[in-house]
Design a protein around this ligand. Structure first.
Ligand SMILES: Nc1ncnc2c1ncn2[C@@H]1O[C@H](COP(=O)(O)OP(=O)(O)O)[C@@H](O)[C@H]1O
Ligand SMILES: *[C@@H]1O[C@H](CO)[C@@H](O)[C@H](O)[C@H]1NC(C)=O
Ligand SMILES: *[C@@H]1O[C@H](CO)[C@@H](O)[C@H](O)[C@H]1NC(C)=O
Ligand SMILES: [Mg+2]
Length: 336
């Protein structure tokens, strides 16, 4: 009789031990999972884009940061009530740009500065609304009556500051030919998107010199490029024979495409009505200069330049029709 419990216990013990350790193991795995989940979640929200692709929200809505739900764009009332201006972080011809706070998050409030440029401002807003995607700065709200736009804040600022950004210790590791080529790929992806956008073929007209181009794009914290300023973005409609002109003034210099310059020589004074219109291939002409800026002068960037020589030469064809499309440029960049 005494044997039985003993026997039972002996049989019982080796079974219980593995079931206890199994339970412990399971608990450990679950705990590890929970940690990984929390960690990855934090990691992704610090990247900011993975979870918060604007495409995931229906039109008129946004989400960003760690917030899971889509919220409707902020209205005039919500902006006036909930957004607090902190300081001016930028100014262009059309807007003054304020770093601001909304629900303890950093956001950007842009305000029209020159009432003569209302139309440009409203066009930019219309484009921002219609082009929300990974290529375009995230719209959080707007107030047409007060000419204000609320967007996501990008602390690294415009691409104009790329050189300086790449020299601060935290980002030195990003200063490689590979990262720099990725930025060029991003930039051409934006152009490709604008040239075949949901609103039609759009030309990035705010681009008469390199500095101007760079100031219209922002560098995200995870080192991607988004376009921010869409005020000067006219529509080409080939089937309707509709072409564009970037402004009404004479353009000069090597940066702008040849077809953007006055064609009738110094003896004929410039007259806007006589200036022939053109199409989106002006953006293609500018790609090699912008890409050269991105590539900079680091180890390996000259090799990349060499590989891109032919496609860049094609972008600089005098005849716009002979230049490649943004898609073709992008394909060549990606093949590298
Ligand atoms: N969301 C943003 N985050 C950080 N900086 C910004 C943001 N929006 C604008 N800026 C800064 O303000 C500058 C001017 O903004 P922009 O929209 O181009 O105004 P404008 O239409 O007057 O040219 C940009 O070049 C950039 O340096
Ligand atoms: C281009 O023009 C045609 C003819 O006028 C029109 O039907 C079409 O909607 C236009 N496309 C865009 C993108 O505006
Ligand atoms: C950035 O640095 C490159 C050299 O690496 C220089 O040629 C270029 O002019 C600089 N651009 C700006 C906008 O500071
Ligand atoms: Mg601008």
């Amino acid at each position: 009789m005494e044997k039985k419990p003993h026997f039972v216990r002996r049989e019982f013990l080796p079974r219980e031990v593995p079931s206890i350790s199994l339970a412990l193991l399971l608990a450990a795995v679950l705990l590890l999972n929970a940690f990984l989940y929390l960690y990855l979640n934090k990691f992704y929200s610090s990247l900011g884009r993975v979870e918060t692709e604007p495409g995931l929200c229906p039109f008129g809505h946004f989400k960003f940061g760690a917030v899971k739900n889509c919220s409707p764009w902020l209205s005039c009332e919500a902006i006036n009530r909930e957004v607090r201006k902190l300081k001016c972080v930028g100014e262009g011809a059309v807007k003054k740009v304020f770093l601001s706070e909304w629900k303890e998050k950093k956001v950007v409030l842009s305000q029209l500065t020159n009432s003569e440029l209302k139309e440009d401002f409203l066009h930019g807003l219309r484009m921002l609304k219609g082009l929300q995607s990974k290529h375009v700065v995230r719209l959080l709200g707007y107030c047409e009556q007060q000419f204000t736009i609320l967007t996501e804040y990008h602390p690294l600022g415009s691409l104009r500051g790329l050189n300086e950004t790449l020299h601060i210790p935290k980002y030195k590791g990003m200063n490689t030919w590979h990262r720099r080529l990725m930025l060029a790929i991003d930039y051409v992806s934006v152009i490709r998107y604008l040239h075949s956008s949901p609103l039609g073929t759009l030309v990035m007209c705010d681009s008469n010199d390199l500095d101007k181009v760079l100031s219209q794009y922002l560098l995200t914290s995870d080192f991607h490029v988004v376009v921010n300023d869409l005020d000067a973005l006219p529509l080409v409609n080939r089937s309707a024979g509709r072409l564009v002109k970037c402004g009404h003034r004479e353009l000069r210099g090597e940066f702008v495409a040849p077809e953007q310059r006055w064609p009738y020589g110094e003896d004929v004074p410039f007259e806007d009505d006589l200036m022939p219109p053109y199409d989106e291939k002006t953006d293609i002409w500018k790609i090699p200069d912008v890409s050269n800026f991105f590539l900079g002068h680091v180890e390996g960037s000259d090799i990349v330049r060499l590989h891109l020589f032919d496609i860049h030469a094609a972008c600089k064809k005098k005849d716009p029709a002979e230049r490649p499309s943004a898609q073709e440029v992008l394909d060549t960049y990606r093949r590298f």
